[in-house]
Design a protein around this ligand. Structure first.
Ligand code: NAD
Length: 467
């Protein structure tokens, strides 16, 4: 594999340290990855700070063109990026290609947006205008489930608004991000984007850094709390996209055969390692047995293998820590429910777990109450629609949810009562760059995507003129 580097101040530089990155399908070392020292993190922040006045002063159209050029570069290198993504992340190559093309689509979308000045009042006594100004240096912290796609939630809106960035991927999936950095290094002035990699040891320094004005963070709720605490010192702006325990609620009038494939995909996409995956499925007692059987059939038929193999539907879990965590959830499923598909890790190298359907399980078990972030779905029986809304809401999370029914009016009424940032009807995980996305309760703070997401990378400035 080609040697990858950090991107600091427009230069591709080796890390002061290195670390191995493994392929989760083989557990073999994929690459020795450069790893930044604390001094290199400081250089990256200093470079972003120095680049800010120049970058923010450019006309927005120039910044837009730069973002569109990055989209071109991503598309032109999609095959290489996707292959590396599969090798380090584990997902099937078709999904990795989808992630890379999705990344390009986010760049394309933000390249069409504007930040127009708004006239609030233009009267006899005064003229009042609202402007959107850039913030300064942004720290972008990324998890390991969608390393490239989640980067594209943050990078293009931050750039469009005139900010500069220090990007930090997760320690187990830094390679595709560093490859991306190498591809775009010459497309922007030095220091506008800096990319470092760490071994889980520099996130804290980045969030504490006095020269960073905002942290855009995606990751677990536990780490999100730490980010919020350290941002408090300098009152940094924060956007937090955190964990979830999304409920799927299947009403009694849903047809099990019709809804099962969409539910399966909503729960098992990316081997369940999706913040917005269905993580608890509530099914009305009248269709419970039938839907459990349909889901078990889909789980048994799924092809779980190395993501580079043609035809693979589900790859391994991304890292050993997550694999061990999911094994714990399988133990809980055995003790507190009845496994009707999967239930075991696969007897081969790599972090493979077959998709698992667990029935006759309820609240009080870890699998229902906590975020499993893996391919193990608890299916919970209910009998009353008011009661199921209460149970769906009985969580500290509030990221997404879905309602499944053949009566759109009934589903709509239930959807409005669920405490979540996004509620889908008869689908799950349908997202697009122009549709705002954010968590309720402890699933996050702030919004990404759309004009609302762009606004979070700006400071509102009012200019109030005497007349
Ligand atoms: P994580 O919180 O362990 O790590 C996320 C990132 O934070 C990594 O880059 C990590 O190095 C960094 N980090 C670690 N300690 C830090 C600190 N003290 N300060 C700042 N940064 C620090 O999460 P993960 O295990 O990589 O990802 C899985 C979690 O992310 C799940 O809970 C999932 O639901 C959540 N997630 C949420 C979304 C969303 O948009 N809401 C999307 C994807 C994943």
């Amino acid at each position: 594999m080609e040697a990858l580097n950090l991107l600091i101040d427009g230069r591709l530089v080796p890390g002061d340290l290195t670390m191995p990155v493994l392929n989760p399908a083989t557990e073999e070392t994929l690459a020795e990855c450069p790893r930044a020292s604390r001094a290199q993190l400081d250089s990256a922040v200093a470079a972003a700070k120095a680049a800010f006045p120049g970058w923010s002063a450019r006309p927005i159209d120039e910044r837009r063109q730069a973002i569109a050029r990055i989209a071109d570069t991503i598309e032109a290198n999609a095959a290489d990026l996707a292959r590396l993504l599969t090798q380090e992340q584990g997902k099937p190559i078709a999904d990795a290609t989808g992630e890379v093309m999705g990344m390009a689509a986010f760049f394309r979308y933000f390249a069409t947006l504007d930040l127009p000045m708004k006239v609030i009042e233009d009267g006899e006594g005064r003229r009042v205008e609202a402007h959107r100004r850039p913030l300064g240096v942004i720290g972008a912290i990324i998890p390991w489930n969608y390393p490239l796609l989640i980067l594209s939630f943050k990078l293009p809106p931050a750039l469009l608004a005139g900010n500069t960035l220090v990007v930090k991927p997760a320690p187990t999936t830094p390679l595709s991000t560093l490859k991306f950095a190498a591809l775009i290094a010459d497309l922007l002035p030095p220091g506008v984007i800096n990319v470092i990699a760490d071994a889980n040891d520099l996130g804290d320094a980045l969030t504490h850094h006095p020269d960073v004005r905002k942290i855009s963070f995606t990751g677990s709720t536990a780490t999100g709390r730490k980010v919020m605490a350290s941002a408090a010192e300098t009152l940094k702006r924060i956007t937090l996209e955190l964990g979830g325990n999304d409920a799927g609620v299947v009403l009694d009038d849903a047809d099990p055969k019709t809804v099962a494939p969409g539910i399966f995909k909503g729960a098992f996409e990316n081997s369940g390692q999706v913040c917005l995956a269905i993580k608890r499925l509530y099914v009305h007692e009248s269709i419970y047995d039938e839907l459990c059987s349909e889901l078990a059939e889909l789980a048994n038929a799924a092809i779980v293998d190395d993501g580079l193999k043609q035809g693979t539907q589900l790859g391994p879990l991304q890292n050993r820590m997550q694999y061990e965590k999911v094994k714990g959830f399988l133990e809980d499923a055995k003790a507190n429910g009845r496994i009707v598909a999967g239930g075991e890790v696969m007897d081969r190298p790599g972090y493979f777990v077959r998709p698992t359907i667990v029935r006759d399980i309820a609240e009080g078990s870890r699998l229902v109450d906590e975020e499993q972030f893996g391919p193990v779905l608890p299916v919970i029986k209910y009998s009353d629609s008011d009661e199921v809304i209460r149970r769906a809401n009985a969580t500290t999370y509030g990221l997404g949810a879905s309602v499944w029914s053949s009566d759109p009016k009934r589903a709509y009424e239930v959807a409005g009562r669920i405490e979540a940032g996004t509620v889908w009807i008869n689908k799950h995980l349908d997202m697009a760059p122009h549709i705002p996305f954010g968590g309720a309760k402890q699933s996050g703070l702030g919004v990404e995507f759309g004009e609302e997401g762009l606004a979070e990378f700006t400071q509102l400035q009012v200019i109030n003129m005497a007349r």
